[in-house]
Design a protein around this ligand. Structure first.
Ligand code: GDP
Length: 460
């Protein structure tokens, strides 16, 4: 990438608005802007972090009155000279200003190029740059908090510390290698094993947190299943009615799958394939139907609805069948006994298959105990959170690298247990270091950077 060029872009979205923001970054940003900006004082004479009010003119024609923020390198978002122009949000004005900037030597920015330059100029590491995109796309309190923590460097610190420990570890081993002819063992083997175990467990813990991170970022997937007419769509509507709801269409399948989303205490829950529910095709008798199993497979939480007016035996059989299927999958199953307004039920007999706190009697139609169900969903989230540390991984690229680093540390451990020669072990440590370094960008290639930043919007 040519960083001696000056880039420009509209940073605000198209459409109706009062103000739009145009950004310029590069060595010539101030010079280029000064060619079209007419204020009290030339921009080039201004000191950093000052606002200037003035006119944008195309030769003698007045285009707009604008407010310009000026930042001098290195004290800007990108680390380069930067201009941010607030103009009126007419698409004509925005296009006109951009074409004037291009005529005067700027070029159009690529997606994410401002943030990429910030990264290349050492303003933050790669994982922090990626968090910028997450902040922009965050829709809930929980996803915002997680992205903010990552952008502020909490996660980078943890990775830096890990790399430091690995480097210490490699130095201990290589010291031994240097003197291998003399057959000396410098670091005590038990000490090395302890250190490797600790590293492995930390990396493993971080990788595990992706489960939660991904759920926070994309919404916790919930499946509502049960036989026809048990009240699935009534329950869904009751839940949607009580909480802030969003309906999203997910393209890319044979047909568009409708998913309803609710936000409970700042956390998003994604109800899988609610079109299926509305068409009432999720039958428990036909649990064999691929679609219901698939739905269950995708879920983190399965809400199994039983009908209070059905026989206990039938309900127990169904729950047992579902439990057998879920065995070892690590999902949370909640048994919801619906229509208790028609017939009160004893939950006791069910507790042989499912723990008491996961059984709930409700009436979806009359919204009885649906608030408790909402509480239970939130309790599940709190439980997930408790199992993860403070640092939560939410980026798939990071997760995959952590898994590779985890495998490398696993090999280190096995090597140590089996007394494998230390030069083999040191290769695995270098591999682990490589993967961790790729997360923060200490190790990166143009391909990696390209694929990360192309997903950003233009102007960021
Ligand atoms: P689905 O096929 O599982 O989606 O079931 P529906 O939500 O369409 O409900 C089937 C029928 O059961 C409808 O007539 C609902 O009004 C009724 N229903 C749902 N929940 C309750 C409830 O809690 N109590 C009573 N009495 N009827 C219910």
């Amino acid at each position: 990438m040519l960083t001696d060029t000056t880039i420009c872009a509209i940073a605000t979205p198209p459409g109706n608005g009062a103000i739009a923001l145009i950004r310029l970054s590069g060595t010539d940003a101030i010079t280029i802007a000064s060619k079209i900006f007419y204020g009290k004082k030339p921009l080039e004479e201004k000191i950093s972090h000052r606002l200037s009010f003035g006119e944008i003119r195309d030769e003698n024609e007045l285009i707009d009155e604008v407010l310009v923020s000026l930042f001098r390198a290195p004290n800007s978002y990108t680390g380069e000279n930067m201009i941010e122009m607030s103009c009126h949000a007419s698409s004509f004005i925005q296009q006109k200003i951009i074409s004037l900037l291009l005529e005067n030597g700027a070029i159009l920015a690529q997606p994410g190029e401002f943030t990429q330059r910030a990264y290349l100029n050492g303003k933050f590491d790669l994982s922090q740059a990626e968090a910028v995109a997450d902040i922009i796309s965050s829709q809930t309190e929980a996803s915002h908090k997680m992205a903010m923590q990552q952008m502020r460097g909490g996660y980078s610190e943890e990775l830096k510390e890990l790399r430091k420990q690995l480097l210490h570890f490699v130095s201990l081993i290589e010291l031994e290698l240097d003197f291998s002819e003399e057959d000396v063992e410098f670091a005590d083997r038990t000490q090395l094993v302890a250190l490797a175990e600790q590293l492995h467990s930390t990396i493993n813990h971080l990788a595990q947190s992706f489960h939660l991170g991904n759920a926070i970022k994309k919404g916790i997937p919930v499946a509502i299943v049960g036989k026809p007419n048990v009240g699935k769509s009534t329950l869904l509507n009751a839940l949607l009615g009580e909480e802030r709801a969003i309906v999203s269409e997910i393209a890319g399948t044979t047909r568009d799958v409708v998913e309803d989303t609710i936000i409970i205490k700042g956390v998003e829950y994604r109800f899988i394939d609610t079109a299926g529910i509305r068409e009432t095709q999720d039958t428990i008798e036909s649990l064999g139907i691929e679609r219901t199993w698939q739905k269950i497979d995708m879920a983190e939480i399965v809400l199994f609805l039983a009908d209070a007016t059905d026989s206990l035996i039938a309900n127990l059989n169904a729950i047992k069948k579902l439990q057998d299927y879920l065995e070892g999958m690590g999902k949370t199953l909640l048994l919801i006994i619906n229509k208790t307004d028609l017939k009160p039920v004893e939950t006791e007999p069910y507790s042989q298959y499912i723990s008491k706190e996961n059984i709930l009697s409700i009436s979806a139609k009359y919204h009885k105990n649906t608030d408790i169900l909402i509480e239970k969903l939130h309790t599940h989230y709190l439980g997930m959170k408790e199992n993860s540390g403070n640092i939560i991984v939410s980026n798939l690229r990071h997760y995959e690298l952590l898994k590779k680093a985890e495998e490398a540390t696993q090999r280190i451990l096995e090597g140590l247990y089996q007394g494998i020669p230390t030069d083999f072990i040191s290769q695995d440590i270098r591999e682990a270091l490589h993967h961790l370094g790729s997360i923060t960008g200490e190790i990166s290639t143009d391909d990696i950077l390209g694929s990360i930043f192309q997903n950003f919007c233009i102007g960021k």
